[in-house]
Design a binder for this molecule. Structure first.
Ligand code: HEC
Ligand code: HEC
Length: 406
């Protein structure tokens, strides 16, 4: 019998397969890659990190069917779902440890709510990587020892010992310490050039501007002509100007260079944009053991996490509903032009056009947006009524399309 496989299923399968090394990886990066794509590190076996972070979409959610509907991915155990949309694992390693800056605002950490603070291992990315394995709603491994045991049986156990020393996986070793090394190896891969290629059309433009002594972060209507002919079309350039001026996007998706590299488009701070509630979030139907609030669950964001930490408790209320500014790199990376992606922490939006329209008109009477999921702490100064025309919205979207890596 001939098996009929849909194009979408093929795209999904392809996105979960480890990419051929586009760049030369160091041994620890190569080890991290093996771990990232290993489907035996879940219970039951079958789910790798890549199931929710696929290369074809910039290492975010690769399943179009999921993106079109809830945007929330099923764990290794059928019927179990987490509560948020997978952000990109690419370019995630640039976020600093969670801290309070000179203005008293929280910056850094990983996960939408910052709970991978980096305080444990000194690195939010390595700490984050240890989360999904033991999360019963994700890879559902029983404990650190179980993950270590699975790595010991893997085809790349030799590479692990090459990286961390002979005997690094011996049964006598402290499983907690070996598990931390697993986190560090994955972080090394996530920081490698394979996930941080800086190879988009925008990057070419940014480097050309630099070479001419032009600072992209200072682009506006008065100097835009200086930036012509450097790799962006006139429309993309107009979009960039709007992104940096009337659209106010760069207030948070900043255009500053980090470590001499082109911008990552994130200030790593937290905001409540007033994204509407996603009523179909499958987490709302989860077992009481995982979601005691049932259908009444509201995503508390950063404030929810702060409420669990003694030293931050007093700051929880003023941060409820806030989520960390994500990178905009690869927001438009998709395997085919019509492929649907989901945006924001709960996957509420399904297109970049809708996202920009929301920023532009959230507070405009008659615009028809549902109320925010969390009304407290709403950002009303940098968005909501930007006065952009429909054409200008489109130009900002065109600019975001230049952020797709080759
Ligand atoms: C079942 C889907 C799923 C699997 C499997 C999964 N993730 Fe995620 N990942 C998510 C979701 C959802 C979030 C956001 C969760 C949150 O913020 O509360 C996330 C967040 C992240 C982040 C944080 C990015 C940021 O900007 O904050 C990184 C990095 C990441 N995952 C890497 C990994 C790695 C490494 C693995 C394997 C060890 C993995 N993920 C497995 C769904 C998944
Ligand atoms: C006040 C800070 C701020 C401003 C201004 C801002 N953003 Fe954002 N942006 C965020 C935060 C925070 C999120 C995540 C919010 C959430 O999920 O609840 C986000 C999410 C996004 C996303 C979704 C990314 C993803 O992976 O899901 C896109 C696209 C985006 N912003 C584009 C823009 C554009 C375009 C503008 C200007 C019109 C803009 N942003 C202005 C802070 C900001």
């Amino acid at each position: 019998m001939r098996k009929i496989v849909s194009a979408a299923a093929i795209a999904l399968l392809a996105s979960c397969v480890a990419p051929k090394d586009a760049v030369k990886l160091s041994p620890i990066e190569e080890l991290g890659k093996k771990l990232f794509f290993d489907r035996d590190l879940s219970t039951p076996a079958g789910q790798a990190c890549a199931a929710c972070h696929g290369q074809a979409v910039g290492f975010s959610g690769p399943d179009e069917q999921v993106n079109k509907t809830t945007g929330i991915y099923e764990g290794a155990v059928k019927g179990r779902f987490g509560n948020r949309k997978p952000p990109a694992a690419a370019y995630a390693g640039w976020s600093p440890k969670l801290h309070i800056d000179e203005d008293g605002e929280f910056v850094g950490g990983l996960f939408w709510d910052g709970r991978a603070t980096g305080e444990g291992l000194g690195d939010p990315l390595a700490e984050q990587a240890m989360g999904p394995f033991l999360n019963p709603l994700e890879q559902n491994m029983p404990d650190a020892a179980g993950v270590v045991e699975a790595v010991r049986r893997s085809s790349y156990a030799g590479l692990f010992e090459k990286v961390f020393g002979a005997g690094a996986l011996d049964p006598g070793k402290d499983p907690g310490a070996v598990f931390a090394d697993i986190g560090r190896a994955i972080a090394a891969y996530e920081r490698s050039a394979e996930l941080n290629p800086f190879s988009s059309k925008f990057d070419g433009f940014w480097r050309s501007a630099r070479a001419k002594g032009l600072e992209v972060g200072s682009i506006d209507g008065s100097n835009a002509a200086d930036f012509r002919g450097l790799g962006l079309s006139d429309r993309e350039l107009e979009g960039l100007v709007l992104f940096n001026t009337k659209g106010l996007c760069s207030k948070c998706h900043v255009l500053t260079s980090v470590g001499g590299m082109p911008p990552v488009f994130a200030d790593y701070k937290y905001d409540n944009l007033g994204v509407p509630r996603a009523p179909d979030n499958p987490f709302l139907e989860q077992d009481k053991a995982f979601n005691p609030d049932g259908r009444g669950w509201i995503d508390p964001g950063l404030g929810g996490f702060l409420g669990t930490v003694g030293k931050y408790k007093a700051l929880a209320a003023e941060n409820v509903g806030k989520h960390r500014t994500p990178t905009l790199r690869n927001v438009d990376k998709r395997p085919s032009p019509g492929f649907v992606k989901a945006y924001m922490h709960n996957g509420y939006f399904k297109s970049l056009e809708d996202v920009v329209r929301f920023y532009n008109t959230r507070d405009v009477a008659g615009a028809g947006w549902p109320p925010p999921e969390v009304a407290a702490n709403l950002n009303t100064t940098e968005m909501g009524d930007l006065g952009l025309t429909g054409a200008e919205e489109g130009l900002i979207v065109e600019f975001m399309r230049t952020l797709t890596d080759k």
